[in-house]
Design a protein. Sequence first.
Length: 456
Amino acid sequence: MKASSGKRWHRFRSLADRLLRRAPLPTPRLAWWTAGGGAAAALAGAAGRELEAAALWLAALAALSAADLARLPRASAWSARRELPESAEIGREFAVRLELTCRTALPLRVELADDIPDRFDRPDGRSAAGTLERGRLQASYRLRALERGRFRFREVDLRWSGGLGLWRKQAQLAVEDGIRIDPDLSGVRGVLASAQDSLLVDGKRIHRRQRGGTEFDAIREYAAGDDIREVNWRATARSGRLLTNLYRPEKGKTLVLLLDCGRQMGVELDGRVKLDRTLEAALTLAAAALRQGDLVALIAYSSRVKLFVPPGRGLEQLQTLTRAASDIAPDYAEAGAAVGLGFLLQRVRRRSFAVLFSDMDHYLHDAELLPYAAKLRKQHHLVLMSLQNPALRELEERPPETAGDAYVRSMAASYALERQLLVRRLGSGGVPMLDASPDQLATSAVSAYLDIRDKI
């Protein structure tokens, strides 16, 4: 496009914007009144005065329209304010409140539409309507975010009418606000609300098996997996229930979370991208560790390190992790274990419990995983977490009905065997791998952490 034609297109686009978003619009009432005048003129035509009647009606209608437009306030008389939370969780509804003010005492009928980003769902529709009274109107609606990240709300579109209701004016008000959409923190809330001697993860209660402490802490009912040597027989005899002693473990250990943000983590699994699944499990594990008094760090990487949150403790660290993780998105590049594990070796010198969240396809085809895992376990305790694909498990277990079904099932079984062989190979080298379904990923990670932390 030439420069001159580009300038003409810019002028045309500006004119179209003015006509569509700022020019007054006729209402259905004006159309009905115009049609009524035409019918009256047709009746007057029987007396030979059709032109006079039509001219008289049009002149009266033009005068009424001019008066109606003159009474409507200008766009400059309006102002708007939007109230929305600083952050919200993905998939959870939150409220947005709009407050309009206008320098007029006239009651006005107002239609408004907020500038909602694409990755939001509004169950009750995009527009709202109300009556402006005493120069003020409040409206609210609810939204649900479908994607993590930071989003901007930029404008509010208004249309207002009053008086005779023949015309509507419209304007676009600049009201810019932002919101941060965090991962689903339901698992984190369950951990933080758990009883002192257990953790609640995805609706399942995990009792803490504190074997490494020496200072007595409390007594609770015996749970499967507890050390039989810690049973308090005197308390058991008094209460008639099997009770065990709890000892306060050493605090201040370090948990390092590694998140694979490569290409494969952008694939959807049960309606959610894999990165969202692993991120929610990682934050749940972080909440469990911070509740134990440990330090937690985060490394997110693909072909490069995208984010590093140094070790810290307490609720402030959990908030820091949540805010930082909200902006993490999968890349189109392939992730490499050498990037994440190599960065861990360089930046975290203290012996720690490292958990890598990734996908089994990445583990199977990453040639650098085994060498770096062997090198890392000399300084840190590494656990690999992998997401199972429920669709593949269903194909593996479905009885075949045709030759094609049998072929698909054999391929799924072959892939499952590859996964099992890799798990055994890593386990024999001292690197445990947990292959968990999406709804069990957080539970498996927290259980492994509680079982291993006292051995570090």
